[in-house]
Design a protein around this ligand. Structure first.
Ligand code: CA
Length: 742
């Protein structure tokens, strides 16, 4: 029986296919919107106020757990709710109260905000929804109508992690770099500001935060090549108040921004004068964690990886390159630098320090006195605790098996394994660029003093790209994106790849710096976490299982198949004495695009949902519309070995990050092997080089590929189709022999 499960999951990988006509949803949704507005107007049952949130309410959020007022629940972003109506004794009775279709097949990473009875949530392409939090009834929908060509700039799918609310407005960061304020009652646009140079490959996926009337927002884009920063805008007017750049500009000259002095005195000294900024910027994007430390009146944020990833191509001076991969603290009012702690000096591996930052009071002071700390489990695999007031390193320990460092020295600096500074020979490293922990939010239970980490082991090969030349608007990592991948994928190789991947929910004791318990998952990529005073930890999984665990022991107490990817941070709230637990679902994000399917079984692309639970409810989640069938190549094989090798290389440098390694897509974007486009050289060239599908996000690669190279990619894709079809037939025959059906 042992081989059956991997065979089954592999078969699902290969055979899953699904049809869904999203375009037909839009008029219907508009109609529903109009109807709900009419209902609201006619029966007068609308809430008395919408997002009536000020500093007092935000500072008091931990004491009002019936609402979920900001991305991480409170300013400390512990994602721990004081609600305990749902608890270890009764969680088994949890059922579906309502679901709401987000009408997208792309990735969903949104944490719902719930305030004054209304849920504000986002989905792909930065669409915002206001729902009745008790029933799921739609109150309004706002679509920022993003040009779909922007999708090509998004390293990790066109996702959005949620909104912020403040004084009757809802704030959303739009994937094309806009920051927008909406009327919380109607969804009408109040103001819109472009926060980035839109000629460069910036994107926004993170949730804004509001601190004392300022909206804080960062951006992403360091895979393609941008210069990172965080900005504070007036919540009322949208005027820029301050901006902090995380890395120097190419001339190390002042920007006229508040970061100037910190760069002059600290940052500039850690960058060489030549060879740096081979892209549009050195990276260091602030794409996720931003917390407000009310005790020190600081904004503490996480800074991303270097651009390009490969330091040899970024900075010939081989410096630490501050403030890459760092936790940085600034004054909340002015943005003035306070302190930093760098997790990965001289980042070489896409080791962002943008992961969840949690503020807490731990007995780590003199003689066990309480000390205010910031905690993070960044991509590099080490769990860090630093003093929130000074940035002093307090402790750190690896939370996953890793092979890039011997450990940390007394200052928290990694003692590197020299092999990790890779060269021409591919080095298999754990963690790989997807990290030991990615954007999925972690949580902290202040009573049990345990941090719950969605951890993953997704090793990858790193090797230098000797021919690297930065390309505008394209991926610029300076690494060989084909390194270590097999030219031919047979069943044994596929299963061996699959076996290298692990995911687990870890209950981490931050004081002892060790795991108290952990739960193994069948999929490496696992979901964000919610902790509650009911003694529970909630976590979803990519394959659709949403579960509750005993927070003290890890015992699984309840689960429900939500029938789509469930990787978002769950939330909880209470209305009229009834506690609800909610999660957004959908299929997509970085793992699905860049690595999901070749290594792991995907969830088929299913329309994203908000799924909300309460005790005793009996609602159902409809089954996805799956079509299971063996697939066939659309053309005969062609090309000699040299042509296919060229296609293999060019595919992985140009196409892998969206269409999947080995030309195997997870289903978010088209699997080129089965696409009729692959059958015809003229159609193929018109898309790949001519850009005729750029309005759908498939921009022209004419600046990166010659016609002969595009044709070599087609030869490789067709070869992979034939190999894939043979593999499917082999798996189907093996499964039939074992009496299983896909
Ligand atoms: Ca990155």
């Amino acid at each position: 029986q042992a081989p059956l499960l991997p065979l089954y999951t592999l078969a699902k990988t290969i055979i899953n296919k699904r049809k869904f006509a999203m375009s037909s949803m839009r008029p219907h949704r508009l109609f529903v919107s109009l109807i709900s507005i009419l209902i609201l107007v006619s029966c007068g049952s609308e809430p008395a106020k919408f997002a009536d949130v000020d500093s007092q309410r935000l500072l008091n959020a931990a004491a009002t757990p019936e609402e979920w007022l900001t991305y991480g629940g409170t300013y400390d972003e512990q994602r721990h709710s004081g609600l305990d109506q749902i608890n270890t004794g009764n969680v088994a009775q949890l059922g579906v109260a309502w679901t709401y279709d987000l009408a997208t097949e792309r990735g969903v990473e949104s944490t719902p905000i719930v305030v004054d009875g209304v849920m504000y949530v986002t989905s792909a392409w930065s669409v915002v929804y206001a729902l009745d939090a008790q029933t799921g009834r739609e109150l309004w929908l706002y679509n920022p109508d993003v040009d779909k060509a922007v999708g090509a700039k998004a390293c990790c799918d066109v996702v959005n992690r949620g909104v912020a609310v403040w004084k009757s407005k809802v704030y959303v960061g739009v994937i094309d770099g806009r920051l927008e304020a909406l009327d919380a009652a109607t969804g009408e646009l109040v103001w819109s500001k472009v926060t980035v140079d839109q000629s460069k490959p910036y994107t926004i996926t993170g949730a804004p935060r509001v601190v004392k009337g300022k909206v804080l927002i960062g951006n992403g884009g360091a895979e393609l090549g941008v210069r990172g920063y965080i900005s504070a805008y007036s919540a009322e007017t949208g005027d820029l108040v301050w901006r902090f750049y995380t890395v120097p500009n190419p001339n190390k000259q002042p920007d006229g921004e508040v970061s100037d002095s910190a760069l002059k005195d600290i940052g500039n000294l850690t960058w060489g004068d030549e060879g740096a900024w081979t892209t549009d910027g050195g990276g260091g994007t602030v794409w996720d964690s931003i917390v407000y430390d009310e005790v020190n009146d600081s904004v503490i944020f996480g800074v991303g990886n270097g651009s390009p990833w490969n330091r040899d191509h970024r900075d010939a001076g081989k410096g630490d390159n501050l403030f890459l991969s760092s936790i940085v603290s600034v004054d909340a009012a002015t943005g003035a630098y306070k302190w930093h702690f760098q997790t990965t000096p001289g980042d070489n591996w896409d080791y962002t320090a943008t992961q969840t930052i949690i503020l807490a009071d731990l007995p780590m002071g003199v003689e066990g006195a309480s000390r205010r700390v910031a905690m993070q489990a960044p991509k590099n695999g080490f769990f860090y605790i630093v003093d929130a007031t000074t940035g002093e390193y307090l402790s750190g320990e690896a939370y996953v098996p890793q092979n890039w460092a011997e450990g940390l020295d007394e200052n928290g600096r990694p003692i590197e394994n020299p092999e990790a500074r890779y060269g021409d020979t591919p080095f298999m490293q754990n963690p790989g660029p997807l990290g030991a922990h990615n954007w999925q939010p972690m949580a902290f239970n202040p009573e049990l003093k345990l941090v719950y980490i969605p951890a993953q082991e997704i090793p990858d090969y790193y090797a230098t790209d000797r021919l690297f030349e930065a390309r505008s608007q394209k991926w610029n990592t300076g690494t060989d994106l084909a390194a270590g991948l097999p030219m031919d994928l047979d069943l044994a190789t596929a299963l061996a790849l699959r076996a290298t991947l692990k995911g687990r929910l870890i209950a981490w004791d931050p004081i002892a710096q060790e795991a108290r318990w952990s739960v193994e998952h069948s999929n490496a990529w696992n979901g964000g976490v919610l902790s509650t005073a009911g003694g529970l930890v909630f976590q979803g999984r990519l394959e659709g299982d949403f579960a509750a665990y005993n927070a003290a022991t890890g015992a699984k107490l309840w689960s429900q198949n939500v029938k789509s990817g469930a990787a978002s941070g769950p939330g909880t709230y209470e209305i009229d004495g009834q506690q609800y637990v909610t999660i957004t679902t959908g299929w997509g994000s970085a793992y699905a695009l860049a690595g999901g399917s070749a290594y792991d079984q995907p969830v088929p692309p299913i329309v994203g949902k908000v799924v909300t639970f309460k005790l005793g409810a009996k609602g159902a989640i409809p089954d996805p519309d799956l079509v299971m069938a063996l697939r066939t190549p659309k053309a005969d094989k062609f090309g000699d070995q040299a042509m296919i090798q060229l296609g293999f290389d060019k595919y992985h440098f140009n196409c892998r990050v969206c269409h999947g390694p080995l030309a195997i897509s997870s289903g978010v974007l088209p699997d080129l092997r089965w696409s009729p486009i692959s059958a015809n050289v003229d159609v193929w060239q018109s898309i790949v080089l001519g850009g005729v599908l750029s309005a759908k996000g498939m921009v022209s690669f004419a600046d990166a590929l010659s016609p002969a190279e595009a044709e070599a990619i087609r030869a490789y894709v067709i070869k992979q189709a034939h190999d894939g079809a043979a593999l499917e037939a082999e798996v189907a025959a093996l499964m039939a022999a074992q009496g299983a059906t896909p």
